[in-house]
Design a binder for this molecule. Structure first.
Ligand code: FES
Length: 102
């Protein structure tokens, strides 16, 4: 499955992910996010802005993600933590932008 990403410098990337894989994995592998907590939903370095039209295809943020997002400085209504989003066929081709560093 494809992921279309705009990095913090404004460069476009096309990444690959498997179904069931956390969205943060290919982002981290490509060095586009730090993911310093290893996907434990505590560092927020994996924050992304999901493009309109894709956001509603994601399950809503719950649990730790829904608690952490309001505490961040640079969130937008379309912010998500990539470590909490699992890829699925419905998300093939998703477009997102990596949020600025905290
Ligand atoms: S990788 Fe740390 S919050 Fe997502």
């Amino acid at each position: 499955m494809k992921i279309h990403v705009i990095d913090r410098a404004g460069r476009a990337h096309e990444l690959e992910a498997d179904a069931g894989e956390a969205l943060v994995n290919p982002l981290s592998f490509a060095n586009l996010v730090e993911a310093t907590c290893g996907g434990a939903c505590s560092c927020a370095t994996c924050q992304v802005y999901v493009d309109p039209g894709w956001l509603e295809r994601l399950p809503p943020a719950v649990g730790d993600e829904s608690q952490l997002l309001p505490e961040l400085l640079n969130t937008q209504p379309n912010s998500r933590l990539a470590c909490q989003v699992l890829m699925s066929p419905a998300l093939d081709g998703i477009r997102l932008t990596v949020a600025p560093e905290q």
